[in-house]
Design a protein around this ligand. Structure first.
Ligand SMILES: *Cc1c(COP(=O)(O)O)cnc(C)c1O
Length: 370
């Protein structure tokens, strides 16, 4: 008699997260030695030099456990945003905080509202907690907050508002969020995932921290050091919310969720406004360069507030992604986001963006009319 190991039921519908292919894997599989990755919204300028120096220095101390409270880092974040320290938490990436909040607030009775074509990590932890996932359709490639509010029931526990939205790059405005928040009952936690907020250049982008400053309990804001600070590999994110909500996260948190190098890196990165500015400026210039090139190729793209752009390729998008891989250019297909005709390309440095555009033009058989 064979005895099978039984997985928990939450895993029944769960598809594992598919990350962008690592450069080394593509080199190996395609026999290439010059490969660029524009698939995971990483920082093309590298990492904040101040963060690198701080991690080098901290290496001498990694025989000890990290500060479980992340006191210095939380204090620095609280100062930066002029918030009480009790409203700031940190996690093993924003992903780690998404896991914690799902563990803290979801069970079999719960419903979670997300938008179609949004960040897939929400779906994963919702399934693991065996909660029900409710998806509202996109409106003009962005989140439809009215539809999301319409979907609320007594069983709704969490709504994920990805703003800007990954993979579409769109934002919802302060007015839209205000109207939305007036409709959301107190028993529903609204999670604003602002992983790209430093890149946003819209005047009407909401200041969601004001909800926390006003003492509103059912708001949690997520941010990350992975994108603008170039620290994706060290795993560090932070959350801003009511102390009662953070106390629930604390109950489920791993004892040392944020490692010692990450704490040192985060603290130093916060003091490196020059790197942040250089990243945001480069991204803005390169985004417009990419827009121009895509227009020359006659391709539709969704105007973006982030360090990536979603481009319409058509029904052959999957083949084009494959052909780009063969050319040593890794981009993200959007089939997994229910947008099979699109690809998402991270905005790189000029040389990388040019290589992407030239490869794409060749693959599509279009001349770049200059
Ligand atoms: C990249 C990303 C995250 C994850 O950030 P980490 O801190 O690297 O875990 C979260 N949300 C969105 C929308 C992202 O694009």
């Amino acid at each position: 008699m064979t005895q099978n190991v039984q997985r928990q039921r939450g895993l029944d519908h769960l598809k594992p997260y598919v990350p962008g292919k690592p450069v080394e894997e593509v080199k190996r599989e395609y026999g290439l030695d010059d490969v660029i990755k524009l698939a995971s919204n990483e920082n093309p300028l590298g990492t904040s030099p101040k963060a690198v120096a701080a991690m080098r220095e901290a290496l001498a101390r990694i025989n000890v456990y990290p500060d479980g409270q992340s006191y210095d880092l939380r204090q620095a974040l609280a100062r930066r945003f002029d918030l009480p320290m009790e409203t700031v938490t940190v996690g093993n990436g924003a992903d780690g905080l998404i896991m914690e909040l799902c563990m803290a607030f979801l069970d079999e009775e719960s419903e979670v509202i997300v938008s179609a074509s949004s960040f897939p990590v929400y779906d994963i932890y919702t399934y693991i907690m065996r909660a029900e996932l409710v998806k509202t359709p996109l409106k003009d490639y962005g989140l439809d907050l009215e539809a999301m509010a319409d979907a609320v029931t007594e069983r709704t526990r969490v709504i994920f508002v990805c703003n800007p939205n990954n993979p579409t790059g769109t934002v919802v405005t302060a007015d839209e969020v205000d109207r939305f928040m007036r409709r959301i009952p107190e028993h529903v936690l609204v999670v604003f995932d602002e992983a790209y907020y430093e890149f946003v250049d819209a005047d009407d982008y909401p200041t969601t921290m004001d909800y926390v400053r006003e003492g509103r309990q059912n708001v949690l804001i997520l941010r990350t050091f992975s994108k603008v600070y170039g620290l994706a590999g060290i795993r560090l994110g932070y959350g801003i919310g009511h102390p009662d909500v953070l106390a629930c996260l604390h109950q489920v948190k791993e004892p040392f969720a944020v490692n010692l190098l990450a704490q040192a890196a985060g603290l130093a990165a916060l003091g490196d406004s020059a790197f942040l500015e250089r990243t945001v400026t480069t991204n803005c210039v390169e985004r417009h360069f990419l827009y121009g090139e895509l227009e020359r190729l006659g391709l539709f793209y969704v105007s973006s507030h982030t360090n990536f752009v979603m481009v319409e390729i058509g029904p052959q998008a999957g083949d084009v992604v494959e052909a780009l891989l063969k050319a040593g250019v890794i981009v993200r297909p959007c089939g997994g986001y229910d947008l099979p005709d699109f690809v998402r390309v991270t905005i790189g440095e000029r040389g990388q963006n040019e290589r992407f555009v030239h490869s794409l033009a060749r693959i599509l058989g279009r001349s770049e009319q200059r």
